[in-house]
Design a protein around this ligand. Structure first.
Ligand code: BES
Ligand code: MN
Ligand code: ZN
Length: 505
């Protein structure tokens, strides 16, 4: 098992009354804890003394776990988690504080946590409650579930979001947080799965199972159906592998949906990327098992959208294949024809993501999408441009770009706008076909985006290059190593704000 959903409830009581194994308290810089009775006295005054000795200053995600003797609390321990200056504390900081505190509780084999909400920040309370519920759920994830020995993870069973009154609005915020946290974990589970265990056929089956459990319409197109649609780009990548491709189509069609719009979500689903005949070097090639993170995010987001019963039509399309150097594999110089009829000269078989996305975007349009977002671990170049913590965002028109940017900001999935000036298209010029599939190293993430744009027709379209953000190389207090689930919450947030962007065309 890779993750478990904790029972999360609201608890209006003060810190001292909470019945938990540990109380997690966000600690601000310059914090005297005046609003947390007893805390200053806990463990012989350590919370304040540690600050005076410079051991704990409340910088973001610093940690100090103390016994509560002297404080007169019911809970035996308190975990202070740095949250920076109260004035600049954001929803994202609170989500990360919750993850940090909950991960520490699990490390210390504590199953019941309370997370204290404190006054003094400008974060609206419902947003804060949702973020904390997300955080605790996201922390209840185990990346080492394939170990059969010396591995005995502890799960958080109960979490209280404390110090806030109840009420329907806050209860709904908890539910949203749990659903979004669960969806993030589902995407992480799929992306962490090794390539031998998650072939295209298995990916489709597991995606379909998640989707039907959430109440989505599901269709799996097999290699014959894909060939009938003449998806020459997807088939060209699949032909190098013994494993047949799949195309997963998910539909959310609620009664009373916002009229005239259908959000089309498309995710890259390469279950393993060797590079094909343009084969990758051996170092770090194992990481290419996560090359379906975009597809996993689309599946998990669609499931959350259905669970939340969001009143907007959504369509998910995920092309699934391996990229292998088999005897029938495409070769550099080959020309292939997309379902839409455009011809592509393949100069590098490792630029496979844009190919499978091309046919998938065309299909999303054919099925009636009015607004498109694609998510893909597309280029190493975006990692050079933006590093490992920021997703590259490309698209048009500006109103649609702004809507997706705002959704990503609200979701705590940081992304940043990149240009798609027409000049770069020259880099994709082919002598013999409509265009090539790579523009070389300069502006590599931009030419990747411009290739995909060719298949978005006239629709509003945004491309999120998550090659840097889908996988955490280094553990942080708030982020274990491995798949991050980036993009899931952005897509759901976008669906939540549908009426606001319905005019973005
Ligand atoms: N899946 C890779 C991109 C990638 C690289 C993701 C590193 C995560 C980390 C993609 O299919 C790829 O190989 N892209 C090539 C494109 C190039 C050949 C134009 C790349 O970035 O080198
Ligand atoms: Mn590749
Ligand atoms: Zn790839």
């Amino acid at each position: 098992m890779t993750h478990q959903t904790p029972r999360i409830r609201l608890d209006p009581r003060a810190a001292g009354e909470l019945d938990a194994d540990v109380v997690v308290v966000p600690a601000f810089e310059e914090d005297g804890f005046a609003d947390v009775p007893g805390l200053a006295q806990a463990a012989g005054g350590e919370a304040v003394a540690a600050h005076d000795r410079g051991m704990f200053s409340g910088k973001p995600f610093e940690l100090l776990v103390l016994g509560t003797q002297g404080a007169g609390w019911r809970a035996p321990r308190v975990a202070l988690v740095g949250a920076g200056p109260a004035a600049s504390c954001t929803t994202e900081v609170l989500r990360r504080v919750a993850i940090t505190g909950a991960l520490v509780a699990r490390q210390q084999r504590l199953r019941r946590v309370a997370l204290l909400m404190r006054p003094g920040t400008s974060v609206p309370v419902a947003e804060a409650v949702q973020a904390v519920a997300e955080g605790v759920t996201i922390a209840n994830y185990d990346g080492a579930s394939l170990k059969t020995a010396d591995h005995d993870p502890v799960w958080i069973t109960d979490a209280a979001v404390a110090g806030v009154a109840g009420g329907d609005a806050l209860a709904a915020a908890v539910d949203r947080g749990v659903i979004l946290g669960e969806a993030t974990n589902q995407a992480r589970e799929l992306a962490n799965e090794p390539g031998n265990r998650l072939t295209p056929r298995v990916f489709a089956e597991r995606g379909a199972a998640l989707a039907s459990a959430a109440g989505l319409g599901v269709e799996i197109l097999d290699e014959t159906a894909i060939a009938d649609l003449r998806m020459g780009l997807l088939l060209s990548i699949a032909q190098g592998s013994q494993e047949p491709p799949r195309l997963l189509v998910l539909r959310h069609e609620p009664a009373g949906a916002v009229s005239n719009i259908t959000l089309g979500l498309v995710g890259k689903g390469i279950t393993f990327d060797t590079g094909g005949i343009s084969i990758k070097p051996a170092d770090n090639m194992d990481k290419m098992k996560d090359d379906m993170s975009g597809g996993a995010a689309v599946i998990a987001a669609m499931a959350a959208i259905a669970r939340l019963k969001l009143p907007v039509r959504c369509l998910g399309v995920v092309p699934m294949t391996e990229n292998m150097p088999g005897g029938r594999a495409i070769k550099p110089g080959d020309v292939v024809t997309s379902a839409e009829g455009k011809t592509v000269e393949i100069l590098n078989t490792d630029a496979e993501g844009r190919l499978v996305l091309g046919d998938a975007l065309w299909y999303a349009r054919k099925l009636g999408a009015t607004h498109l977002v694609d998510l893909a671990t597309l280029t190493g170049a975006v990692v050079v441009a933006l590093g490992k913590t920021t997703t590259g965002l490309f698209g048009r028109p500006q109103a649609w770009v702004d809507a997706v940017l705002e959704a990503s900001r609200r979701a705590g999935d940081r992304s940043w706008p990149m240009p798609i000036f027409d000049d770069y298209k020259e880099l994709l010029k082919s002598e013999i076909a409509d265009f090539t599939n790579t523009g070389g190293r300069p502006g590599g993430s931009i030419t990747g985006a411009l290739f995909i744009k060719e298949f978005a027709g006239e629709l509003p379209w945004v491309h999120l290059d998550i090659a840097g953000t889908a996988w955490a190389e280094e553990a942080k207090p708030y982020q274990p190593k491995g798949a991050t689930g980036v993009g899931v919450r952005t897509l759901v947030q976008l669906a939540m704000t549908a009426p606001a962007w319905s005019g973005a065309r």
